[in-house]
Design a protein around this ligand. Sequence first.
Ligand code: ATP
Ligand code: MG
Length: 473
Amino acid sequence: MKKTIYPKLFIGYLLFGILGFIIVSTITSHLLFDYVQSKEASNLYKEANLIASDYAFSYYSNAISLTDFEQRLEALDTYLSAQIWVVGRDGDILVNSRKKSDLFPIESIPDFNISDFNHQYYRTGFFYNYFDTEQISVYAPISVNYKIRGYIIIHKPMHTLVSYHNGLLKITYFTFIILFLCAFVLLAIFTYMIILPIKKIARTASEYAAGKFEHPVDIHTNDEIGYLAASLTYMADELNTLEEDQRKFVSNVSHDFRSPLTSIKGYVEAMLDGTIPTENQEKYLNIILFETERLNKLTMGLLELNKYDSRGTFLDISTFDINNTIKMTVQTFEGICKDKRISFELILTGQTLFTRADMGKIQRVIYNLIDNAIKFSPSDSVITIETMMKNEKIFVTIKDRGIGIPKESLGKIWERFYKTDSSRGKDKKGTGLGLAIVKEIIQSHKENINVISTEGVGTEFIFTLPLYQPEDE
Ligand code: ATP
Ligand code: MG
């Protein structure tokens, strides 16, 4: 079974709960207890100081009687729920709010030493084992005439603090439980908004991996997940068309190779078995030669295109005069033009017009375009080649007055192997690769090429080149 993310999330959630519980019951509880204890100590300390500076001072200055003093301490005892002592410097308990006695001192704390408080105003414990239960004990000195006469010591049982602390801890636990439940709601929302879409994406992605590109990812949110889904769908579309293109390409190549090979095979067999008599063989050998040339051209074209396909085509950039390149290329067609009685009209801007590009490849572009123009022009027609300068660009136009390209074919002529139906009848040697090569070359120069054509009127190809101005340097 496929592992899903749910158990991991759930374990994470439980861990959060357990860890939270442990933290609350240890660290938070400890901190809370410290807080409660120091708060209580400081409250008792204030009281002790008050008693020391007020009642005790009055008693030691003989302003109030012992009975009065004792009564006041008793009242305070009830109010604070704490035992209040007046202790002499040597540990004699002189007054105890819980113990009325005629004895003087009432009791004595052996080993009493105020420095046991360690410079703190309170301490916890059994106070020299006087108590059976743990107490928090706070002291304040009674000073009369700058002399310490004794101490006020207040004891409060620790269990009163513990119950207060437990109350606070309960509130903390309750808050944590609410948080824990909120986290569950968040987890549910997170699952709904992220995990479910991711699952959907993963399912569709594995379909794509299996070569099934039919279903788009059905998520349309305007966030990262939606973006991921849209990218995946786009990728699937691209892969689909790529696969389609590849199939078309292979079937085109096979077709274009098969027809000449079939005819070569047929003629050779016919010559071998004597169907074609020896005296007629020259005619058929010429056909074989023609077909072989076509196969050769096809192979060369494919090889050349393959070179452009492998990205980052190496361009041998140099500065050259495009007018001159056009003139030179036109010259190579002189022979064919004479036969077809086709003439050229060159409308070239300036004496020279410099560009920076790969000269060999641009020559190939011009050659392919002129080749097409001648091929699809009737005898006695004129082919116009024009160069123009506009916005730091050179525009090269090659215009014929030939058969033109049907509207529905205009978008397809750049595809490999594409030939219009009319040209299939006329030009048997054509491979349909010429314009694909032209387009690749112009694109690798990051320039543009366009075509305007009207069937029966003529065709015009226009491409751009960068204008080279010497002051650029
Ligand atoms: P190859 O260039 O290998 O000889 P091709 O000329 O048939 O083959 P492309 O140059 O790619 O192939 O041209 C593709 C098709 O576009 C042509 O077969 C033709 O149908 C159409 N085409 C191209 N240029 C012209 C033109 N100047 N006039 C009319 N049709 C054209
Ligand atoms: Mg061509």
